[in-house]
Design a protein around this ligand. Structure first.
Ligand code: ADP
Ligand code: MG
Length: 658
């Protein structure tokens, strides 16, 4: 035995390679530069103007202020107008020019500056959110040390192909997803899995691009192209999310068009009608301009997306990828939660606890296990991985199977050494499995079947005849019970367990989590039917699952959440949100966060509506000075925008988690 001291490695100081800071600098954004120039010109012109200096002194400064702040929005607005849509930005620019036209340079300039600054703030907030996601990608190095024919060369990570071998030195970041070929080290995977402790890695273990190698050197076989790595997929998904629009937002944008046209028509009326009745020109124009500004729906437009996108970014930081703003808006609306068992409520890392050779079978235990492992090797199912691992542990040879096929929720079949091997669900799910020599068992308590102890049993058939029963034991995920309780509270209904496993095993697991409604022995289509039945009854359902067999139900549900690490690719693709770290506790947290985002959207719409209403009434009924109107309008817009960004804060997540 080697001394344990030899294996002890010094802990990896995780600060050894700091994360690359990549926040956009303030002045890197053109919006910020133009807004700053516009504001500077305004501030230079203001004292000259107020002190009564001649127009040639402050005129050019005002012109610069207008041009710097109004050029981009004006151009954008004209382009939109050519596409037959009315941009609110254009209204602002027109109002400023209108003010200047009647000699109110100061008022118009103020409008332009406030408008440009709030635009810059908005751009900055959007950019920062995108940065925090993009920053993830920078974790993967650009170059990798590829080893071929005994020599090493530095290549671009993009040039790595599946099957290449790369060398990862101590302290380097992993360039690709793959499997360790040789070497031993601790790898800090916090960026992907959130685990605070470095994970020990030895040959055969999975490693991920962007994670940080500790003190050992590793040779890694590349398992995925750079674009398919876990980290690249995470980034792609988040970027996709911010490109979609929530239904509320789409609705608002449709209304915004008509509303804006209405504002322009009303402005024209407000200007021409009093003039026709002999009202003074300047005053009438000012009032009409003020009306146009304060009635513009800027704050309404900004009410929806910032809360939802902030919530997405916050959830992402805590290991939950919400694929779109649509989903973020939806998740909080659920009133029924259903969960899968294997891999979702349980850790999805079952172990073969026992191989029970059936009476009358002449094959040895090892032979059966080797056949089963060969048939299971191509499968992605957690049970399959357990069978393969058990065979490996015993040092059994695993033959290459042919003609592999799998039936989600039932099992697998394949030809191994010319024999048809089937591994899967017992045909009659309620007959106790494992009849081997159990006649003379002890007292009643000891006669509990493996299923009653929450264990899963699968049957191995060779050439159509059952030869053995494999008993697999999995453990409940940490925090499963409290997550279930939180989901029950949030949805207002008792969560339901939907599983393909047998009833007794399902009941046992359910009991450990506080679930009482158990539906066992379900095929994938039965899970879908259960979800559809709730949806038909008007219950918006959240389904949490991990397997290929869960994918249809994930798609059918109002909201589908997949477990990221244990989850099959199909489930990850189909789900609306992915729990990257496989922490069940984050599922209720995201539902609660979505609720808060929805509440903020409503709050924002109310703030926007009240501000617009009050300013419009003030302008129509009395006399609202233009600068005050501008300040009120832009103020409410910025307020609404910042209100949404509150969900970016760490405390928003903490509040959602309790
Ligand atoms: P759950 O719905 O709890 O996640 P599944 O639907 O994935 O479970 O599986 C249901 C049952 O089907 C399992 O308990 C097992 O008996 C059988 N099964 C499915 N896939 C496999 C496989 N690859 N190997 C062995 N048995 C399997
Ligand atoms: Mg499952």
């Amino acid at each position: 035995m080697a001394s344990p001291v030899l294996h002890a490695r010094p802990p990896v100081p995780s600060a050894a390679v700091p994360l690359p800071p990549r926040r956009t600098r303030l002045f890197a954004l053109p919006e910020v530069r133009w807004a700053a120039l516009s504001a500077a010109a305004f501030l230079a012109a203001l004292p000259l103007d107020l002190a009564g200096a001649p127009a040639w002194a402050w005129g050019p400064l005002y012109a610069l202020c207008y041009a710097a702040g109004g050029w981009e929005p004006g151009r954008e607005g004209l382009r939109a107008l050519r596409g037959k849509s009315l941009d609110v930005d254009l209204l602002m620019v027109v109002a400023a020019i209108g003010a200047a036209a009647i000699g109110q340079f100061l008022d118009g300039g103020l409008l332009i500056v406030i408008f440009a600054v709030s635009g810059a703030l908005e751009a900055l907030a959007t950019r920062r959110t995108a940065d925090s996601v993009r920053g993830l990608l920078d974790l993967a190095p650009a170059k990798a040390a590829r080893v071929a024919n005994g020599s090493e060369e530095q290549v671009d990570v993009a040039a790595l192909r599946v099957g290449d071998t790369v060398l990862v030195r101590p302290g380097e970041r992993l360039p690709a997803d793959g499997t360790v070929l040789d070497g031993a080290s601790d790898v800090d995977q916090a960026t992907i899995t959130g685990e605070p402790l470095p994970a020990p890695k030895t040959p055969g273990d999975q490693v991920f691009a962007g994670t940080l190698n500790g003190t050992g050197a590793l040779r890694v076989r590349v398992g995925k192209d750079a674009a398919d790595s876990v980290i690249a997929r995470i980034v792609a998904m988040v970027e996709e999310a911010s490109a979609t629009k929530a239904p509320t937002q789409l609705f608002i944008e449709r209304i915004e068009q008509r509303y804006s046209v209405g504002v322009v028509v009303a402005t024209l009326a407000l200007f021409s009608l009093p003039l026709a009745f002999g009202a003074p020109f300047t005053e009438t124009l000012l009032r009409a301009m003020t009306f146009m500004i304060v009635a513009s729906p800027c704050a309404v437009v900004l009410a929806t997306m910032p809360p939802l996108l902030s919530a997405i970014a916050n959830a992402g930081r805590h290991g939950v990828l919400v694929k779109s703003a649509v989903v973020m808006e939806r998740l909080g609306a659920v009133d029924r939660v259903a969960l899968d068992k294997t891999g979702t409520l349980t850790a999805g890392t079952p172990r073969v606890a026992e191989v029970r050779v059936l009476p009358g079978c002449s094959m040895a235990e090892a032979e059966i296990l080797a056949l089963a492992a060969a048939a299971e090797a191509p499968s992605e199912h957690p049970l399959a991985r357990a069978v393969v691992a058990a065979a490996r542990e015993q040092g059994l040879p695993i033959a290459a199977a042919t003609g592999f096929s799998s039936e989600p929720g039932l099992g697998v079949r394949a030809l191994v050494d010319g024999r048809l091997v089937r591994v899967g669900r017992p045909r009659a799910p309620h007959t106790p499995a494992g009849g081997a020599g159990e006649q003379g068992r002890g007292p009643a308590e000891a006669r509990r079947t493996p299923e009653e102890e929450g264990r899963t049993t699968v049957v191995v058939d060779v050439e159509g005849a059952p030869v053995a029963v494999l008993v697999l034991a999995d453990r409940l995920r940490d925090g499963a019970a409290s997550a279930v309780a939180a989901l029950a509270r949030l949805s207002g209904t008792a969560p339901v367990l939907l599983t393909g496993d047998n009833e007794a095993a399902a009941r046992h697991v359910a009991a450990g989590t506080g679930i009482t409604d158990v539906r066992a022995g379900l095929l994938p289509e039965d899970k879908v039917e259960a979800v559809r039945a709730w949806e038909r009854a008007g219950q918006r359902t959240l389904f949490v699952g991990d397997g290929v067999n869960d994918a249809p139900a994930l798609a059918a549900a109002h909201g589908g959440v997949a477990m990221g690490r244990a989850g099959s690719d199909l489930a990850l693709e189909t789900a609306d949100a992915i729990v990257v770290r496989d922490e069940l506790a984050t599922v209720p947290a995201v539902v609660a966060l979505s609720r808060r985002a929805r509440a903020l959207v409503v709050q924002n719409l109310v703030i926007a509506g009240v501000c617009i209403g009050a300013l419009v009434i003030w302008d129509l009924a009395g006399h609202l000075p233009l600068p005050l109107g501008v300040a009120g309008h832009e103020g409410s817009t910025v307020l609404v925008g910042l209100n949404g960004l509150r969900l970016l804060r760490e405390s928003a997540w903490r509040k959602a988690s309790v």
